[in-house]
Design a protein around this ligand. Structure first.
Ligand code: XIL
Length: 386
């Protein structure tokens, strides 16, 4: 079956359930060619994507055009991480980030900053003095403040929301023993939010992490954000990365986490959505970027193409998730995919280098996959009004 036929067949089969209940607004065909996911979900939430120079410098014209057609919010896949934007103590390199922000402004997009305080993609010097000795608490706080004020300040009023702290939690919900934590102590998180708020009082501030659909870590995020709110820190939303597998976590677990976060009075961003179909290379379920595993043919089963059966499973999984997102649309501000097409995904290189991964809605030729149609269907389904 060709992709086109598969998509049509899948759309028809998925429609059996949805379209029999459809109202007159649920027209399946007739979507104008220039409309994208941003239009499909306009009344629910923003739809976004993480981009790299390939897109924001328009080095790949077709790929950049797809971003403009489909998405109304962007995240920087790498260019605002510390190691890129502030590689040496006295040197910031804003050239790539400036181009990222300019692309978003040219296209009227909601521009996200990612990320200010994280334990990965941060140079070792950040935590050391000129002699290579660990910094004192005060010195590291001063360095953090300088970084946040410089970076957030540069894009004040233009970058609308920041992932202030990324991945501060262990899987059991306790605070991760990062260098930030060891040197400053647990209040490094509150301090980072305070510095960001001072630098741009109008910017939305987020706490972002992976595996937040697992109960212990979800509860840790609830405790952490509650304590920030209790201190008067304006956390706008929790970002749930949503680096998911085909069957885990369950859609019900995703639903529970959204509701737990919304109950705190904050919004929820689905910030880095992708669905990894490939065989697990490690026992770890998360998105720890430092994980590495060796290549092996059994870990890369679909180098020549994804079987139709898997394409259908991916479509159904995406559809289940988008049903949960739509049911919680009042709590969700945006759903952002981590990469444009399958060829762009970080999952081709992590945690095993050189694999052929299929985690997104667009294939390597930038065509819409069955999962794209499946997701679009959800917007047309009648909503159950609570
Ligand atoms: C990833 C990028 O996609 C890769 O290009 C980079 O090599 C490593 O980082 N969680 C995050 C993102 O918050 O910043 C990570 O992005 C993926 C996991």
């Amino acid at each position: 079956m060709t992709h086109r036929h598969l998509r049509a067949a899948l759309a028809a089969s998925l429609c059996l359930a949805a379209c029999s209940r459809a109202t007159s607004t649920a027209s399946v065909s007739g979507t104008p060619k220039d409309q994208g996911l941003k239009d499909t979900f306009r009344s629910a939430f923003l739809v976004g994507v993480a981009i790299a120079p390939k897109q924001f410098e328009e080095l790949d014209v077709a790929n950049a055009a797809l971003v403009k057609r489909e998405f109304n919010t962007i995240s920087p896949e790498n260019v605002l991480k510390w190691v890129i934007v502030h590689p040496q103590p006295d040197r910031y390199d804003f050239a790539p980030a400036d181009k990222y922000v300019a692309f978003g402004e040219r296209n009227g997009m909601f521009i996200i900053g990612h990320t200010l305080v994280w334990h990965s993609q941060v140079p070792a010097w950040v935590f050391q003095d000129a002699q290579g000795q660990p910094l004192t608490r005060d010195a590291l706080l001063a360095r953090m403040k300088d970084h946040i004020q410089t970076v957030v300040g540069r894009y004040k009023g233009r970058i609308k929301g920041w992932d202030v702290v990324n991945e501060a939690l262990n899987e059991d919900g306790t605070l991760r023993e990062t260098q930030w934590m060891k040197i400053i102590g647990p209040d490094y998180i509150a301090k980072a939010f305070q510095f960001a708020h001072e630098a741009d009082p109008a910017a939305e501030l987020y706490y972002n992490d992976y595996n937040l659909d697992y109960a212990a870590k979800r509860d840790g995020a609830v405790r952490l954000v509650k304590s920030l709110l209790d201190q008067g820190i304006p956390v706008k939303a929790i970002g749930s990365q949503e680096h998911l597998k085909l069957t885990t976590p369950s859609a019900a677990a995703v639903d529970s986490s959204i509701k737990a976060f919304a109950a705190l009075g904050v919004h929820v961003n689905m910030t880095e959505l992708d669905i990894d179909l490939l065989p697990p290379a490690t026992r770890n379920t998360g998105a720890d970027v430092s994980l590495r595993a060796g290549p092996s043919p059994s870990l890369n089963p679909w180098a020549a193409g994804l079987p139709d059966s898997m394409q259908t499973k991916l479509a159904r999984r995406y559809q289940d998730l988008f049903r949960v997102y739509m049911a919680n649309k009042d709590a969700i501000d945006r759903v952002t995919f981590w990469g444009v097409s399958d060829g762009d995904s970080w999952l081709n290189g992590w945690p095993v280098p050189g694999r052929t991964s299929y985690p997104l809605l667009f294939d390597r030729q930038l065509g819409k996959k069955a999962a794209y149609e499946a997701v679009s269907e959800v917007a047309k389904e009648p909503r159950v009004v609570p």
